[in-house]
Each structure stands twice: as C-alpha cells, then as structure tokens.
Design a protein around this ligand. Structure first.
Ligand code: AMP
Ligand code: MG
Length: 399
C-alpha cells in the first residue's frame, strides 16, 4: 500500500496552475490572484467629510460657542461653488467634498440654528477634525492585494473602489464528472432488479461547485469500453480535469482502469487509507484524470484527500487542504491496526469548555452516505488502536 503523502505528491506533480486570465470582477469571488494588484487611483479620491455637520475653519471655533454665517447646504456628490471664509460655515453631508477654505467639520449634533442666516457652533474643533483625507485608505501605486490571494467579498469591494472591471486570476478549473456502472440508473422510475441509483455524479458535481470549479456533467455510462472511451475522450477534450467514479477496483468489469491505461499514462494505486483504498490517476491527452472508487463514501474521501488539493493547486491556491482542528473524541474512535489511516465521518461542535468535540456521525461503511450527510468533518485516526474516549483527534473540517 502506498502512503497517502506519496500518492498526493504524484498527483500534485501533474497538476500545474492554470494560465491566468483577466476575468470580469463579478466572476472572480473565490478565485486566486495571479499577480500583485496595484492601485491606480487614490481612495478616497478627495478630502471629504466623515460626518453630517458644518465645514468650518477650525481657528474660527477656538472660542466656541461662536456664531458663524451659514453659506447653505452641500450634499454628497455635489461640489461647493463657494469657499468657506473667515466667520463662515457650510452645511455639509457625509461624503461631500471638503469645500475650499474649510479645514475641519463640526458634527451637526454640536451646532444649532442661530437665526438670521447663522449657525451656532457650540464646541471647538481642531484642524482636520472629521475630515477623511484623499488617499488615506489607498494611495496610487500601493499594492492592495498580493499575488496568490483568494478573493473574498472585501477584496472585491476594494477593487471596485479602485475602478477595477477585470481582475487577473487563475481561472476556475472546468472539471468533468463521469459515473460508470451497469447497475446504475439516473431518473425517477422504480428500480429494476439489481439496480441502484447513481449518487456519485451529484455528489462529485456538488463537491466541485463547492471547491470553486466549473462542474461539467459527462453523464452516466455502462461498463462498456466504447461508451467509457467516448465519455472520457469528450471530458479530456473539453475540461481541465476529469473525475470518473467506479471501475477502478479488482472486479471483472472494472473497465475504467483498463481503458484509461490504453488512453494515457495511468497509475493504479492502493493507498493506505480507509475508505478509498483504490485510486487511479494519470494524464490523458494532457488532462489529469482522477479515477475515484465507486463506493460513494470512498468517492467522497478520495475527492477530499486527492482531487480537491490538486484542483485547488490548479486554481492557484496556496493552502490546498481543508482546515484542521483538534477535537475531543467524546465517545472515542476505536479501531484495529491494519496499516491504514482511517477517515471517520464525524460531527464536530464547539464546546462550553473552549474545545471542539467530535462524535462519529453514523455507520461508517463505504456505501453509507447517510453518515456523510450528517458529518461536518473527517476525523483522521492513525493506524493503531484508535482514540480512547476523551482523547484528542485531528479533524479535517468541511464547514
Ligand atoms: P466499483 O468501484 O465500480 O466496483 O463500485 C463499487 C461499489 O460502488 C458498487 O457497490 C457499486 O454499485 C457502487 N457504485 C459505483 N458507482 C456508483 C455510483 N455512481 N453511485 C452509487 N453507487 C455506486
Ligand atoms: Mg462498477
């Protein structure tokens, strides 16, 4: 059996970053920048007021309370046609440009109308009070976002404030998904004898969407050479990577590995993990192909441990893995030594004692997806006798 780390290294070596593209800003949430992003404009672009109030000369307020001549009102988006002279004040709304002559703003709460076109300023302010200076957030030439940054909502807001319409990023990987198996059906009708429904295609398409990839449904094909070859051929022609499910273990009709061998450079691996021991990986016509096992939970675990990190690498991410935390295994996670690392579906919750607590989320057979649906993480249980009740275990957190 191959250690997981070796399998992973082989896969990562064949999955280089995708070539960067300048994509529209409304398509890049979750994408990774390919170069440092530099500001060409200042933010704020001009000196403006942080509050609703009166723009004044600070020196005029030293002996507050003082009466100043009210010059009228300036809204955000307008520009003052008058300058603020000595003894004068201009009513100004948050975000409006500071008028010429003024060097501070008095909050409206510290003023009151004084009749006869005047305002009473009750307290004094220093120069610069409540003024937001041009460029105090960002100056032209600043690197605002480093290369290899995963773009979140605040990044997009920042880029929008700088006038970015397109952003240089590693694009989303287009990834095809193919289910194989004569026993599988896709559709609403009743099951015939020996049939089961195809769950893996939905599962994998959803995992891809969650990973930030563009999922491409290559359909469900029977254990038939021609059908599998055609579907894989379409996948490697149209996609940046292909996932197949089923047909990679030791059964008589496990054709996927036979066919992929013929089509490209493939490797069959027995990985020292449970579930998801059988795994195939290779490059067909320049496109990485992941042969995931057919058992649904194995497919899920194989995706999490091998395909997801590789796809994240292709999309430029620096951090390839799910976040890891330590949790108390309340009921323990017992097991027998078998040379494998076990990945146990668990539900993890934050406890009042300031620690995470994990419990198995249900029956752990590799065909049993119910416990995966109830899980929010995978406990990593090393080879040996497992974790006793109250012991600590490492968790890969899904959410
Ligand atoms: P295989 O890897 O093709 O030998 O399949 C292993 C087990 O997983 C068998 O019990 C299959 O019926 C089941 N299986 C394979 N593909 C799927 C799928 N797409 N959805 C649900 N179960 C599957
Ligand atoms: Mg099969």
């Amino acid at each position: 059996m191959l250690p997981l780390a070796s399998a992973r290294a082989r896969v990562l070596a064949e999955c280089p970053r995708l070539h960067p593209l300048a994509l529209p800003i409304d398509e890049v949430l979750g994408c990774v920048t390919s170069v440092p992003l530099v500001a060409e404009e200042a933010v704020p672009p001009f000196d403006n007021t942080a509050v609703d109030g009166y723009a004044v000369r600070a020196a005029d307020t030293t002996d507050a309370p003082v009466r100043l001549r009210d010059l009228g009102t300036l809204a955000a988006g307008d520009v003052a046609e008058v300058a603020v002279g000595r003894g004068e004040a201009l009513r100004i709304m948050t975000g409006a440009p500071l008028p010429v002559g003024a060097d501070a703003v008095v909050m409206v709460e510290d003023t009151e109308p004084a009749g006869d076109g005047h305002v009473l300023v009750r307290s004094s302010v220093g120069p610069g009070a409540a003024v937001r200076r041009a460029g105090e957030d960002v100056r032209p030439g600043d690197v605002v976002i480093e290369a290899q940054t995963e773009l979140g909502p605040a990044h997009l807001g920042l880029l929008a404030s700088l006038g970015y319409r397109r952003v240089p990023v590693h694009p989303r990987a287009r990834v095809g998904v193919l289910s194989t198996g004569d026993e599988l059906v896709d559709g609403p009708g009743p099951l015939g004898p020996g049939q089961i429904r195809d769950s893996n295609r939905r599962l994998l398409l959803a995992l891809l969407a969650q990973t930030g990839c563009t999922p491409v449904d290559l359909g469900l094909v029977p254990d038939d050479e021609g059908a599998i070859t055609a579907a894989v051929g379409r996948g490697v022609a149209e996609c940046d990577a292909v996932l197949t499910s089923g047909g990679v273990s030791m059964g008589d009709f496990d054709l996927v590995k036979v066919l992929l061998d013929r089509l490209g450079r493939m490797e069959w691996m027995q990985i020292a993990i449970r579930p998801a021991k059988p795994f195939a990986f290779g490059v067909v016509a320049g496109t990485p192909v992941f042969g995931l096992p057919g058992n649904p939970v194995s497919s899920l675990v194989s995706f999490e441990l091998l395909a997801r990190p590789a796809l994240r690498q292709m999309m430029g991410h620096r951090h390839l893995d799910r976040p890891r935390v330590a949790a108390v295994a309340d009921d323990g996670l017992g097991r027998r030594p078998d040379g494998k690392t076990h990945y146990v579906r668990v539900h993890v919750a934050w406890g009042d004692d300031g620690r995470y607590h994990a419990r198995a989320s249900g029956a752990q057979g590799s065909h049993q997806l119910a416990a995966a649906a109830a899980a929010n993480g995978l406990a990593v249980v090393p080879d040996g006798d497992g974790v006793p009740p109250g012991g600590l275990v490492g968790i890969l957190l899904f959410a």
